[in-house]
Design a protein around this ligand. Structure first.
Ligand SMILES: Nc1ncnc2c1ncn2[C@@H]1O[C@H](COP(=O)(O)OP(=O)(O)O)[C@@H](O)[C@H]1O
Ligand SMILES: [Mg+2]
Length: 242
């Protein structure tokens, strides 16, 4: 159900009861133990082609459909126009929401300057300007690719996590990993409130075997196992909780 056009809440955003963001992804809310705690910072990790960018945008469009406002920050990845083109055939993509309740922002230029304080300020300003309920940064690994140290990435993710939680905005950080490898020992995996790992492997013929695993989600009795996932015209779909 859509909320009224002006969705600024009358109740304070930070109260003691844990509100949850519904994902809109088949079966995923149940796997997460009832959705994602509002204001959490969640990594979407996995190798190329796993469905991270699709899932991130699907989550943002769902947040907008529920009356929120979402921002998809692109950092040294697919430029916004290309990211949109890749999703426009998927049913969750609503072209009428673009630039209204779902914003695409390219932060590559600021990132290239290497000034993470400036980058954080730009992100915070955009979040405040649109009163965002959900954001995604695709991808956070771009920081490492530009030579930012582990310590600085730790600080950046910590600050982002702190800032979004204050405004009850939920943040999804796309984190590329190497194919068929263990998850990297990187600080963002420890700092994030949640880690969702997407995986895939090719099979002889037909659709690849895709998986989704919730590695952690603070404050949630989430499913522990590896679940089968599909990418279809409806976006990501996950099998039901065992
Ligand atoms: N309509 C679709 N139906 C099924 N699979 C799709 C569809 N569109 C894209 N894909 C799959 O999604 C993959 C890309 O997903 P993406 O989210 O960009 O991956 P990542 O960001 O993890 O690299 C493609 O390689 C393709 O296999
Ligand atoms: Mg991607």
């Amino acid at each position: 159900m859509r909320h009224p056009p002006s969705r600024r809440r009358e109740t304070p955003r930070h109260n003691l009861t844990m509100e949850r963001m519904s994902t809109g992804v088949a079966n995923l809310d149940e796997l997460l133990g009832g959705g994602i705690p509002t204001g959490a910072t969640v990594l979407l990790a996995g190798p190329p082609g796993a469905g991270k960018s699709i899932l991130a945008q699907q989550l943002l469009f769902h947040s907008a459909r529920c009356g929120g406002t979402a921002v998809y920050f692109v950092a040294l990845g697919e430029p916004p126009a290309k990211a949109m083109r890749h999703c426009e055939t998927l049913t969750f993509f609503d072209v009428a929401s673009v630039n209204k309740s779902v914003h695409y922002k390219d932060i590559t230029a600021i990132l290239r300057e290497g000034d993470l304080t400036k980058l954080m300020l730009a992100i915070k300003t955009i979040i405040a300007d649109v009163d965002a309920t959900a954001i995604a940064i695709d991808s956070i690994k771009a920081l490492y690719d530009l030579g930012v140290s582990r310590g600085t990435v730790r600080q950046f993710v910590y600050d982002l996590s702190f800032n979004v939680s204050l405004g009850a905005c939920t943040a999804f950080l796309v984190r590329e990993t190497a194919p068929d490898a263990c998850l990297p020992d990187a600080p963002e995996f420890n700092i994030a409130d949640g880690v969702i790992v997407l995986g895939w492997r090719t099979v002889e013929s037909g659709e690849p075997d895709r998986t989704l695993r919730i590695l952690k989600l603070r404050g949630s009795d989430h499913a522990q196992g590896t679940y089968r996932m599909r990418l279809t015209a409806r976006g990501v779909e996950v099998e039901a909780r065992a």
